[in-house]
Write a new protein. Sequence first.
Length: 259
Amino acid sequence: MINTNAKVVAIIQARMSSSRLTGKVLLPLQGKPVLAHVVERINACQTVDQIIVATSEDQSDDVIQHWCEQAACLVYRGSLHDVLDRYYQTALAHRADVIVRITADCPVIDPTIVDEVVKGFLYGGYDFYGLAGEFPDGLDCTVFAFTALQRAWQEATLASDREHVGPYIEKHPELFKNGGLQKFIGLSLHRWTLDEPDDYTFLQAVFARLYEYKDLFLATDILTLLANEPHLMTINNHIVRNAGYLKSLMEDKHEYLHA
């Protein structure tokens, strides 16, 4: 049953020290930083009550705080590497009942899909709910109950679980009620996120074609564009999906073997 009194807070994680594309969240796209596009898109969601940019206390992220202050966007600063702690402390400080996890490297995140995911979470009474199945990389959206986030924060010990927030909950269905929205089929090879220089080239091409005509273009608009110009997909479709999480898993394994 839906809790109409639940406070839904979108937490956008952002940092400047990405190893593959340093400073990516403030790179310009059609005259605005990537982070600005993400905030604007989440601001268009009908289900989100508050938006917080969660960055780190590292000096390199001072510029993110400055941008947030200039843009009148709420910001919270926490651990650089323990992103689970950063999320928990942000949610705690802002008294969130429901947390929507968004990453700042997804400048084409679709607010209508985020709304679908939040509604699925609320109506289903889940602890964790996210966009699932074969969806384009860059539409990622997951929703947590604060109680689930708190338990993960208390119990998760693996570095990969601390760095990527959701895996501990996903890996323990015996502890949490988990679910997902299966919206797309056969689109997992589409790459609309920003991790590598070629991703930036791809997104520049997409924004150059769509943003001038429609500030808030949606996933359907991108799919139509790529159907008409399929060569654009070759710009970045050689990049491995979820490379950051795979790297964290390898580091977990290395730590275990050398413990």
